[in-house]
Design a protein around this ligand. Structure first.
Ligand code: MCN
Ligand code: CUM
Length: 799
């Protein structure tokens, strides 16, 4: 990491190297991260800055009888105390969500989940703000909480959202996809039907950096500057403007470095709005930073899908139909951040990677006394749930028919000639060679030998009653990332296109301004590589600018692994526009026709005469010089592209997990994990592998230890990392990665997204492996030792 060197290192993929020029260059951003020089929201300190703290509800469901803020207000360091009543007077106690609902900013009538925001204290320092919280007296009348999603629908269940006139139940929406009649017919005609109830438990993205904000309203200019952990700065600006009524041109959102997002930092949280209101009340900048418990208890959770899946097949395991009913626990407000027309996200891609003639799903959303959210944690808008469902069902089918799980997959995987493939629920998969990736994973793992080892182990155990049991779990996933075509999807009314602005400076260095936002994915490196590949400028000389609405063009930000599919494509197209301008400038420089020029790695030369040429650096200088340019050719070298993707990209992968289970204790050890990913053309293979490593660790976490559990009173049982367990290197094996490359036909460089693939694909492989080891048909995640042990005893625990 010597400053000024290109940071290139030997390519471990030499032989099948990345088609992109600078392949595995080390991440530019690591020079500051590894030296502790990252700049995160909590590092922002403005002169005269005050600190906010949130008073939260101890109850899951209670009526607020009174709030007395007198004690807190008389604290010598407290500058302001804000309650729901204050917000009500400003018309801001409730705000619209992206899912056609409203959510409370500070509770007025009732609290609806434990940890809900009740009041906001602003003080001279963080300690005083926290101390003053205990001086606020709130009188609550506890109400019966609704914690179980099934109970939410009972006729006598308490109505959580009784502030909505005429509301008499906790039902939010019913949604369906696919062809019900065709699916019914497929099931009626099927030789075999397997079904299974399964829960994808509530989990949390749990980034190491919690959410935070510094809001600074200049009372003279009326300009609001917000530093925040925002995955989508431009979307945030538009939403703030709509909510607080300051025109967008007077709001600047700055996302500095983000210490992990994983979907947790897409939404606008009450603490942010309170900080904005607090700066307007006090005239001083206000910082609010969540602590760990606040993050785990109150911000976007993920999953909580109760699914009943059915699979119809022939006796030899050929799938004829898939059917699923979902009960979706959305918490107290429907606050999922996803394309507006999709109340269950992209769950309807649940036919997965298989040729399934008929499919149908229904999703029913309900309110419960839990935090809102639902779409987070590398979920690709609920493809995590969809992928888990189908991969579990295929294993259940194999179990019921007494077939090998690999063989059942082999019989049903989409074949290359079926692409582009329109699945039974309407998605058009862009490209894929599934059997190749699948066979590669089996070969890397030595599948047949593993099965033989398993058989030997079972015999030994039957004879001696001793030893661990080994299991092999498979999954094959299809992702849909890069939302999305404007005609098909929008978020809060905004079409999902993103822009890139590229400027090549006179001396040949460049800057690329993007609307997406890295949270650790390495955009400063990979987007520079994209432009470098198109223009021949060294990636070290290309500055990637993100996360500042004053310095970047409009776009909807980073989630759903859309940066490469959308902003990446925009960057390519902007660079190609610059190249075309450069061609005209080069033609003027060389006094030849532009048509006679040939582009060769950063240089135009005259056809047939390699020596007669000019490099991109010389062209850049000339473009800014007094050179006479032809009529209609603008000087300078810059371009903008707003990219509206024609389709999503469909990365896929084949995963195989080997576990050893101690039947005496239920302890699971992940022995091996083979992951073959295909995300089309890889821009930076090392970064892609890093993304996969992270997602595989996520999968082990969710499959074996992560869960946000509640007691019957609605108390959150996982409000710290002592209780909400995250996987560490101790639980992870040394990953064995493989790849195939099937370019996306519609992306300008054939790249597909990768950021969430492994999180989507891996949980099923781990669960399938554990259940294979213990010979149990189904048990829900997380497969903690207690769950595994109970499942072995024939009494699976519910989460
Ligand atoms: N990349 C590549 N070649 C490809 C595809 C991607 O080199 N064919 C590179 C990209 O250039 C980028 C990275 O891989 O540097 C991820 O790209 P992409 O798949 O486009 O995903 P995004 O950049 O849009 O990231 C979002 C995705 C999501 S939605 C979650 S959630 C998640 C994830 O990324 N959160 C993360 N990975 C994360 N990784 C880290 N370290 N931190 C998070 O918060
Ligand atoms: Cu669903 S988590 Mo990511 O899309 O930010």
């Amino acid at each position: 990491l010597t400053p000024g060197t290109s940071g290139r290192r030997p390519d471990p993929f030499a032989g099948h190297a990345s088609p992109m020029g600078h392949g595995n260059m080390v991440r530019k951003e690591d020079a500051r991260f590894l030296r502790g020089r990252g700049r995160f929201v909590d590092d922002i300190r403005l002169p005269g800055m005050l600190h906010g703290a949130v008073l939260r509800s101890p109850y899951a469901h209670a009526r607020i009888l009174s709030i007395d803020t007198g004690g807190a207000e008389s604290h010598p360091k407290v500058r302001a105390v804000i309650t729901g009543a204050d917000l009500e007077r400003r018309g801001m106690a409730w705000i619209p969500t992206l899912s056609h609902d409203v959510a409370a900013v500070l509770a007025t009538d009732k609290v609806r989940y434990q940890g809900q925001e009740v009041a906001f204290v602003v003080a001279e320092d963080r300690y005083a703000a926290r101390d003053a919280l205990s001086l606020i007296e709130v009188e609550y009348e506890p109400l019966e909480p609704v914690i179980d999603a099934h109970r939410a629908l009972a006729p006598d269940a308490p109505v959580i959202r009784d502030e909505i006139p005429g509301r008499t139940d906790n039902h939010i929406f019913d949604w369906e996809a696919g062809d019900a009649a065709a699916t019914e017919a497929a099931f009626a005609a099927a030789e075999h039907v397997s079904s299974c109830e399964m829960l994808y438990p509530r989990v949390h993205p749990a980034p190491l950096e919690t959410c935070g904000i510094v809001a600074d309203l200049d009372p003279v200019s009326g300009r609001l500057v917000v530093y925040a952990t925002a995955q989508a700065p431009h979307a945030h600006r538009a939403l703030y403007s709509g909510i607080i009524g300051i025109p967008e041109n007077r709001i600047r959102i700055i996302s500095p470095d983000i210490g992990g997002g994983f979907g947790n930092k897409v939404a606008i949280y009450p603490g942010y709005l309170c900080a904005v209101i607090a700066t307007s009340i006090t005239g001083a900048p206000v910082k609010w930073t969540e602590d760990r418990s606040e993050n785990l208890m109150s911000t976007s959770f993920a999953r909580d899908f109760h699914m009943r899946g059915e699979i119809a097949a022939t006796r030899d395991g050929r799938i004829q139909g898939l059917r699923v009913q979902v009960l979706a626990d959305h918490g107290a407000f429907n606050g999922t951040s996803q394309p507006s027309k999709f109340p269950a996200g992209f769950f309807h891609i649940f036919t997965g990677s298989y040729s399934v003639p008929a499919a149908h799903c229904t999703v029913r959303g309900v309110y419960t006394n839990k935090a809102p959210g639902g779409v987070a944690y590398a979920c690709s808008f609920r493809i995590t749930e969809a992928s888990y469902l189908v991969e579990r069902l295929v294993d259940v089918l194999a179990f019921d028919l007494g077939l090998d799980a690999a063989e059942v997959r082999r019989r049903n995987l989409l074949r290359p000639e079926q692409f582009p493939y329109r699945c039974a629920t309407g998605w058009e998969y862009d490209s894929g060679d599934y059997p190749r990736a699948f066979e590669l994973a089996l070969e890397m793992a030595g599948y047949d030998e593993l099965r033989r080892e398993q058989a030997r182990g079972r015999r030994t155990r039957a004879e001696t009653g001793e030893g661990t049991v080994m299991g092999i779990g498979l999954s094959f996933f299809t992702e849909a990332v890069g939302a999305g075509p404007r005609k098909d999807m929008d978020i809060g009314g905004f079409g999902m296109a993103d822009a890139a602005e590229l400027r090549v400076h006179p001396t040949g260095s460049a800057e690329l301004r993007l609307s997406c936002m890295s949270q650790g994915q390495g955009h400063e490196t990979t987007f520079a590589q994209i432009v470098s590949e198109e223009l021949g400028i060294s990636p070290d000389d290309i500055e990637v600018i993100e996360g500042d609405t004053d310095r970047t063009p409009f776009g909807l930000g980073t989630y759903g692994s859309r940066s490469t599919p959308v902003s990446g494509a925009a960057a390519v197209m902007a660079a190609r526009k610059v190249r075309e301008r450069a061609r005209l400038v080069a033609a003027a420089m060389l006094e030849v026709s532009a048509d006679d020029l040939v582009w060769d790695k950063g240089r135009f030369h005259v056809r047939g005469d390699r020596a007669a040429g000019v490099g991109i650096g010389e062209i850049a200088l000339a473009a800014h010089s007094g050179l006479e340019l032809p009529e209609g050719v603008e000087g300078q070298l810059d371009a903008t592209c707003v990219y509206n993707p024609p389709n999503l990209t469909f990365p896929f992968g084949a995963y195989l997990c080997v576990v050893d289970v101690d039947p005496g204790t239920g302890q699971v050890t992940v022995r091996r994990f083979v992951a073959v990913d295909d995300c089309g053309v890889r821009i930076n293979p090392a970064i892609v592998e890093g993304q996969v490593h992270g997602g595989l660790a996520d999968g082990i976490g969710m499959a074996l230890m992560e869960v946000m559990a509640f007691d019957t009173d609605g108390n959150h049982l996982g409000a710290s990392f002592m209780d909400y367990l995250l996987p560490t290197s101790m639980e992870c094996p040394s990953w064995e990665l493989g790849k195939t490359v099937t370019p996306s036909p519609h992306h300008p460089i054939g790249a597909k997204g990768i950021g969430e693939s492994a999180t989507v694909g891996s949980p099923a492989a781990v669960v399938n492996a554990v259940l294979d080891a213990i010979g149990v048909r189904h048990a829900d995640m997380p497969l903690t030792p207690a769950h595994v042990w109970s499942a072995i005893q024939g009494r699976p625990l519910r989460t």
